[in-house]
Design a protein around this ligand. Structure first.
Ligand code: HEM
Length: 536
């Protein structure tokens, strides 16, 4: 009897490990040889687990790793068990343009707080309704209303750049010298400016991040909390366990709580429909959303939706814009021939700084526009892939039939550095966007445009593209008009650069290094400014 008992205990003891091993073998065989995406090459671990991508999201080099994997495996890469990356302009159109049989991937659920918003809504009908309502905040007449507050914020930025506030960088303070401002970490300054601009435009309210240090912690909180979101987007299964979440992301969860409490306080103090109705002259996105009606159904947004959408706009609009501004400063300050050319264009085009806020006039600065586009190509604000899930019936992507239920995407950094579309992809060369004898041919410009996707495209492309371009053109034209700038001597001047000793992809000293966390964390460039003598 005893013998029988010990035998069945032994069987039981053996059952679980043996079953476990068999399950793993079956899983590996299935993923490697029988899975519908098995024929696509890719990093070995990525065939079996989302944690491969999550690890790179944690490191902040997801955009670089996607690019590296295309170098190694070609234009079609299996980057997670159920996800494929494509690196061609044909795929870009097949995935993102209008009327495609795809919707936003389930990974977007990792970004949802309480209820989905325009950015995270997966349901096509609900999204279309929200987008119709929100786009009223970005119409031509709305944009005209934002010109004045924007000009005021840019003035504050220019004044503060020159103020004698010595701001420690890496713990060290640097004094004013020879008329030059103290060194300014432009990543920080552009973050503050972009936040102030968005806040004023969305809420007609000011937190004065540029001028005062009181609320700057909020910007750090947004950035810290984004690391967790970046990881969860790659491996949404990590969100399931609250305990694991708390263990993995204690700092990020604390930062998120801090940011949410800031937003809640701000929304409470902000207003309501009655404020919007009482103040029709000082329109802002919040008041426009409050009064917006869907032209198709006559519906309006609920108060909770207006709060959620406004907050999303601030995050979506400020972090991205600040990366683009920082990238512009980085590349311009390292390419003196471009600096000279763009400064000349701006300085000859305007007779005084006020004229810069005349939008049609600033839009005539074509070289400035090319410099911005090229900075956003080199260092896109959103660098990795924005996954779309193939819907019932499947979809053809770059000639391949992909069955329903799988995710497809194009890494923005990857395609922006594909030499097929951008010869010498790591060269900062604004002329690639301009047709002309000293620049590029019509064909090569069209080829570049076919693969340029900084703002994404199609029904889920950026709703704030017009506003972002208006902000960046005004800010950069004003700074170029009013100031000269230079890189400080020594190590400080190298903040933001790559390093030959760093991993492959981070080795170029003429490339701004970004940390991918859905959008991007950045440091530098550090610059010094001096008011220009303007001859009248
Ligand atoms: C340089 C600045 C900007 C860049 C590079 C940028 C980039 C992008 C990209 C790549 C997407 C697609 C996201 C996805 O597919 O998941 C997007 C969507 C979006 N962006 Fe922007 N953005 C910028 C500025 C702004 C601004 C200023 C606003 C608003 C004030 C804004 C609001 C949005 C919204 C609401 C969406 C979601 C659109 C939808 O799903 O229908 N963005 N943006």
């Amino acid at each position: 009897m005893d013998l029988q008992n010990s035998a069945s205990r032994l069987h039981l003891l053996l059952f679980f490990p043996v079953a476990g091993v068999l399950w793993i073998v079956a899983y590996v065989v299935y993923q490697q040889w029988c899975h519908p995406l098995a024929k696509y090459p890719g990093p070995f671990l990525a065939k079996f687990t989302n944690l491969y991508a999550a690890h790179h999201a944690w490191k902040g080099d997801l955009h670089l790793d996607m690019w590296r994997m295309h170098l190694k495996y070609g234009d079609k890469v299996r980057y997670a068990p159920n996800r494929l990356l494509f690196n061609t302009s044909a795929a870009l159109k097949d995935i993102y343009s209008n009327n495609k049989n795809v919707k936003k991937s389930e990974v977007y659920n990792a970004m949802v707080h309480r209820a989905p918003n325009t950015l995270t809504q997966r349901d096509k009908k609900l999204h279309a309704r929200n987008r119709r309502l929100i786009s009223q905040g970005f119409s031509e007449s709305s944009m005209r209303v934002y010109e004045k507050p924007m000009a005021a914020q840019i003035d504050i930025f220019c004044r503060c750049l020159m103020e004698n506030e010595e701001e420690p960088i890496n713990g060290i303070s640097y004094p004013l010298e020879g008329g030059w401002s103290p060194p300014r970490d432009m990543a920080k300054w552009c973050e503050r400016l972009a936040f102030d601009l968005m806040f004023d435009i969305v809420f007609n309210d000011e937190y004065e991040m540029v001028g005062k240090p009181n609320y700057r912690r909020v910007l750090d909180a947004i950035s810290t909390s984004a690391v967790r979101v970046g990881v969860l987007v790659q491996a949404p299964e990590l969100k399931e366990s609250r305990r694991l979440n708390k263990w993995l992301f204690p700092k990020q969860i604390a930062a998120r709580t801090e940011f949410i409490s800031f937003v809640n306080k701000m929304l409470q103090s902000k207003g309501s429909k009655s404020e919007a109705e009482a103040n029709p002259d000082r329109r802002n996105v919040f008041t426009i959303l409050t009064n917006a009606k869907d032209p198709e159904t006559g519906e309006s947004l609920r108060a909770s939706e207006i709060g959620a959408e406004s907050t999303t706009l601030i995050i979506a609009g400020s972090d991205t814009t600040s990366t683009a501004l920082s990238a512009f400063f980085f590349y311009i300050s390292r390419n003196s021939h471009v600096y000279d050319k763009v400064a000349k264009e701006v300085r000859e085009h305007f007779t005084n700084a006020e004229e810069i806020h005349n939008r049609p006039k600033v839009n005539q600065c074509l070289y400035l526009r090319a410099c911005i586009d090229e900075a956003m190509r080199m260092s896109p604000s959103v660098g990795s892939a924005l996954y779309r899930e193939v819907e019932n019936g499947g979809a053809f992507i770059d000639g391949d039939h992909i069955p329903a239920g799988y995710d497809v995407g194009t890494g923005i950094y990857s395609i922006h550095h594909n030499p097929e579309y951008f010869p010498y992809p790591f060269k900062y060369h604004p002329e690639r966007w301009i047709v002309g004898p000293d620049a590029s041919t019509k064909d090569s410009v069209e080829r570049a445009q076919s693969a340029y996707t900084t703002f994404s495209l199609g029904p889920r492309g950026c709703i704030g593209k017009g506003l972002a371009m208006m902000e960046m053109m005004s800010v950069l034209a004003t700074v170029l008009y009013k100031f000269d700038f230079k890189i400080p001597e020594g190590q400080l001047g190298r903040v933001g650069e790559g390093n030959i000793a760093a991993e492959f992809g981070r080795h170029r000293d003429d490339e701004l290094q970004l940390k991918d966390q859905v959008t991007a964390a950045k440091f530098g460039p550090v610059l010094q400014f001096r008011p220009r003598i303007i001859e009248s």
